[in-house]
Design a protein around this ligand. Sequence first.
Ligand SMILES: Nc1ncnc2c1ncn2[C@@H]1O[C@H](COP(=O)(O)OP(=O)(O)OP(=O)(O)O)[C@@H](O)[C@H]1O
Ligand SMILES: O=P(O)(O)OC[C@H]1O[C@H](OP(=O)(O)OP(=O)(O)O)[C@H](O)[C@@H]1O
Length: 219
Amino acid sequence: MEPIKIALTKGRTEQQVRPLLEASGIDCQGLRNKGRKLIFDDDPRYEFILVKAPDVLTYLNNGTVQVGIVGSDILDEQVNFQYAMLNLSVGKCRFVLASTADFDPQQQRRKIIATKYPNITKRYFDGIGEDVEIIKIEGSVELAPLTGLADAIVDIVETGNTLRENHLKVYARLQPVNTKLVVNRLALRQYRSQIKTLITNLQAADQKAAQSNVKEWTK
Ligand SMILES: Nc1ncnc2c1ncn2[C@@H]1O[C@H](COP(=O)(O)OP(=O)(O)OP(=O)(O)O)[C@@H](O)[C@H]1O
Ligand SMILES: O=P(O)(O)OC[C@H]1O[C@H](OP(=O)(O)OP(=O)(O)O)[C@H](O)[C@@H]1O
């Protein structure tokens, strides 16, 4: 049987999802000691490729891979993307509108908002009936209001440490984020039982891990 090809987001997502893949019975030896390798086929049932988050969707839409593992931030930033099959309990964070303490959300002048996520930002401001100028930046988003590039930012917050250490405040909470498993629709028909097995096992491993995290917290 041909292996299922899975595009896994490198970085945080890969680190958080690998233990779940292992707990679901997948051999991830190569991913553990990966060096500069990008393709991993230790388990004959699966072939993992490591890619940047937005590229997961490129590989998936193109049909080069059957499955993708990616944050919902990346999915929400796309328009009309609908293949999410499994919500994982990792990669949990939230979009917020943040700025310096002297930011006035009611300011009369048209606001300038910096973000890595222009579509999510536009949807949020459209939703509250406000027209803003959006500047797309690629990282260290928190710098934008500190340097005068923008009035405020829309970005992801997890622990809040980055905002705190840079003296920024949350002005609005937007949608939550978590890691999702997404499937190419055509592949779902072709590989139904293999994909079903993957999802069932991963879901069980994720639920078990989430429960033991709750226990850790309540100890
Ligand atoms: N602080 C965070 N806490 C938890 N999850 C996060 C956090 N920041 C990002 N994520 C999630 O993890 C995914 C990957 O984030 P990661 O920081 O590894 O890459 P990135 O910031 O998109 O890219 P880069 O490799 O350029 O830094 C994001 O798409 C999002 O779903
Ligand atoms: O609330 P915290 O736990 O501090 O996490 C939030 C930070 O994490 C992400 O950045 P990332 O580490 O991906 O770096 P980047 O600025 O290069 O995107 C996000 O853009 C925030 O800057």
